[in-house]
Ligand binder design. Structure first.
Ligand code: PLP
Length: 377
């Protein structure tokens, strides 16, 4: 048996090794849209409570060690950001984009059990899993080279199936290229086809924290008459664990609510026990940065993305980015470089995303490495 001192030593060494490994990996972290420049040390004291926001954040629970009031403030902030009036929204802080998307599709299926879901081929890989879990009939629509849904293909497909209520799973910022589906045009098409019964969910996992802080962004929020939206917390904002926000039209939630005596709360969320830390971390950063802070952060990241494309083009590499986007798209480099820089590759195309702490020096280092690796093959 190890003595307590030996046990402590083993733990200490293992943790030190893990930190060394993580610090090393952070130096080449460029291929995923998750910011890593945060400082939540002020929240350290809250690690001492068994926080749990179990159930519906808008109904009281007999479990009172949590951050429900803080969570409601976070939701109010996201509701204002997405232009839905105070009395009309419902939502909760989720485990990430996938849960928000699943909640949106769950709500859609409860409202339109016979509906068909439509999403573009550029949609995040989790969509197909969500369709399977919910047993939703679904049709994949072509995507344009920029990643946005091909609206002509959608129109033709909707026309053929106009007797079945459509459930549109729209992208606002696709994973590979930050492509944005044209929500106003999709709404106009539904109108033109005289389809009265439909549901529109927006997957804004990444761009939902970028576009509201740009001048003249494409229209996609509740002003366009969408039904629900999912936004990630651990991507552009940055948190030490995955989290996100789901917002939905409050009038839809009654279909899902069921009173559960055990927790004394309405059972409207996909998960039962929920993180009390996630809302607290989001609340903290929202107050620390504020709208002005996020505007400056977005502008800085866009400037870096613009710089990166310019550098690539100056060396003859055909890189590009969508307007307003932080995602720099370029031909996939050899496998060894993909591994080194933790790049996600699809169909011969790779990307990096200019979220902090990625800076000019990191972009320069990557491009230099890229040119060497590509000249060798
Ligand atoms: C990251 C992402 C998701 C999934 O979000 P998780 O937080 O990883 O569950 C869904 N859609 C898009 C467009 C994403 O970028």
């Amino acid at each position: 048996m190890d003595t307590p001192a030996e046990k402590a030593d083993v733990i200490e060494r293992r943790l030190a090794d893990l930190r060394t490994e993580l610090d090393m990996q952070m130096d080449t972290f460029i291929g995923y849209p998750c910011a890593g420049d945060f400082d939540y040390d002020a929240l350290q004291p809250f690690l001492r409570y068994p926080l749990n926001n179990v159930g519906d954040p808008f109904s009281d629970s007999s479990y009172r060690i949590g951050t429900r009031a803080i969570e409601r403030e976070v939701l109010a902030w996201f509701a204002a950001l997405n232009h839905i009036p105070e009395k009309e929204y419902w939502g909760y802080v989720t485990t990430g984009g996938t849960e928000g998307n699943m909640h949106g599709m769950y709500t859609a299926r409860e409202l339109l059990p016979d509906g068909i879901a439509y999403y573009s081929e550029a949609t995040h890989y989790s969509a197909i899993k969500i369709m399977r879990v919910l047993g939703l009939r679904h049709i994949t629509i072509r995507a344009q080279p920029d990643g946005a849904m091909d609206c002509d293909d959608l129109y033709e497909t909707l026309r053929i199936h106009r007797d079945v209520p459509p459930i549109i799973f729209a992208n606002v910022g696709t994973t590979m290229t930050e492509g944005i589906d044209d929500i106003p045009r999709i709404k106009a098409m539904l109108d033109e086809l005289a389809i009265a019964s439909f549901y529109v969910h927006v997957d804004a996992a990444f761009s939902g924290m970028i576009l509201p802080f740009c001048d003249d962004p494409p229209k996609y929020d509740f002003r366009c008459g969408i039904d629900s939206i999912a936004i990630s917390g651990h991507k552009f904002i940055g948190t030490p664990f995955p989290c996100g926000v789901a917002l939905v039209q409050r009038r839809h939630v009654g279909h899902i609510a069921r009173s559960i005596e055990y927790i004394g709360a309405r059972d409207t969320t996909l998960t039962g026990s929920r993180s009390g830390l996630a809302p607290l971390f989001l609340w903290y950063v929202i107050h620390k940065l504020g709208h002005d802070g996020f505007r400056r952060r977005v502008a800085g990241c866009q400037e870096l993305a613009r710089y990166a494309v310019e550098c690539f083009l100056a060396t003859g590499v055909e890189a590009w980015r969508n307007p307003l986007s932080l995602t720099v798209v370029f031909p996939a480099p050899p496998a060894e470089l993909q591994r080194k820089w933790q790049l996600a590759v699809q169909d011969g195309v790779a990307h990096f995303i200019t979220v902090p702490p990625i800076n000019k020096a990191r972009v320069d280092a990557f491009i230099a490495d890229y040119l060497v690796a590509c000249s060798r093959t």
